[in-house]
Design a protein around this ligand. Structure first.
Ligand SMILES: [Zn+2]
Length: 400
């Protein structure tokens, strides 16, 4: 008989466990979970039970009563209080396992989460309900060189797909029609489009449990991957696992799309650390610091995930409105302002925006954060010596 020695510590106790499980590695792991709905609840719960040391949960949404039937971490009070999903998921997960840290980020995963955070995690788990969000998450993960594990659920079915640089890419797998639809929603730069919420998909707590569990199992495999020491696992990298609850069938399909012409494969490397740089710096100070860090005479920040809008102009009647906000906050601004909201039903707004920030930018005393560059981000900088990527490393301690 083989002697299998399996131990697992929880608090002061030692429990039996699994031969493959490396406690230290899991304790030191950092996982970013994008989306805190039904799937996100299951995923974070499982990561907490495994003892994954630091989990980041990103979601901009508030809890509604309809979420309660399939979200294990939400309570009725949370819906009454309109609490943010990310906040509640983080708090409850730390109740499940007080030894871990869960950091909530209330905001958009593309424009309001610093790229430094994407670079710092071991793996990203997507618990999203729209193609646009998947398209955006894929772009960030490819830029950062990270594997991301996509889960989707509908009714009694669900799927897990694992995308990794040089193996498989979400954007490469899109049909032309799907791609065009995404471009229609995201591509038009100067006209305001209020983005409706993604359509509700009918689903059950069972599909969320099954798919969320499979996603975390894949994440554990990625966390245990080791170049020196081969692991016993088969991962779903470049594959799709599809579960069909009606007939109890599970199938694995090859799903590896990687086209050499795809614009999503742009890897941001190397990244220059900017130890004094923070998103709380003013534009004037940031431009000055960037010049000194890069040793160049001329710098221009290229905003790749957001824009700064100083005003919008309505078509009928033709009228200007001061906005002074990042594009990512514009929808919310229009909905909160009665005049703008009424106008938005019957006319188009044109944006007056800035996306390349240099010495001619008229609002030098605003901070990077105020124009739409999040904490711990990496900024793309065009200079007289070429293009650089510089991290706002001064913010890194906020995410330790
Ligand atoms: Zn691609």
């Amino acid at each position: 008989m083989t002697d299998v020695k399996l131990t697992y510590e929880w608090g002061d106790g030692v429990y039996t466990l699994l031969s493959w499980f490396k406690k230290e590695r899991v304790k030191n792991a950092r996982v970013l979970v994008a989306g805190a709905g039904a799937l996100g609840n299951e995923v974070v719960k499982n990561l907490a039970l495994f003892g994954v040391g630091h989990i980041y949960v990103v979601d901009f949404d508030q809890i509604e009563f309809s979420n309660l039937t399939r979200s294990v971490l939400f309570r009725e009070d949370d819906a009454y209080n309109h609490s943010y999903k990310a906040d509640v998921v983080a708090r409850r997960a730390m109740e499940i396992n007080p030894q871990i840290k869960v950091t909530p980020i209330v905001g958009n995963l593309f424009s309001e989460v610093g790229f430094g955070l994407y670079r710092s995690v071991d793996v990203v788990i997507g618990c999203l309900d729209s193609r646009i969000a998947r398209y955006q998450l894929n772009r960030l993960c490819m830029r950062a060189g990270k594997t991301w594990i996509d889960g989707s659920i509908e009714n009694m079915t669900g799927a897990v797909r694992v995308y990794s640089p040089n193996i498989s890419c979400y954007e490469c797998g899109l049909s032309r029609e799907e791609f065009n639809n995404i471009m229609l929603r995201t591509g038009c730069a100067d006209v305001v489009r209020t983005q409706g919420k993604a359509g509700r998909v009918a689903t059950t707590p069972i599909s969320a449990s099954i798919i969320g569990a499979m996603q975390v199992q894949e994440a554990m495999k990625i966390i245990h991957q080791d170049e020196k020491e081969p692991t016993p696992f088969k991962t779903l990298q470049g594959k799709m696992l599809r579960y069909e609850g009606m007939t109890n069938t599970t199938n694995i399909y090859k799903f590896a799309a990687w086209k050499s012409t795809c614009p999503a494969h742009e890897r941001w490397e190397p990244v220059t650390p900017g130890n004094e740089l923070s998103a709380t710096c003013t534009i004037a100070n940031a431009l000055h610091l960037l010049k000194s860090i890069l040793g160049v005479k001329k710098v221009e920040i290229n905003m790749r995930n957001n824009k700064f809008i100083d005003k919008i102009i309505s078509d009928q009647p033709e009228k200007e409105f001061d906005v002074m906000l990042p594009e990512s906050k514009l929808d919310e601004h229009i909905k909160k302002n009665e005049e703008l909201r009424k106008l938005s039903y019957r006319t188009l707004f044109h944006k007056h925006f800035f996306e390349n920030i240099d010495e001619t930018f008229p609002y030098m005393n605003l901070t990077l954060q105020q124009i739409g560059i999040p904490l711990y981000d990496v900024v793309e900088v065009s200079t007289n010596k070429g293009v650089f990527h510089v991290e706002l490393t001064g913010d890194a301690n906020l995410y330790e």
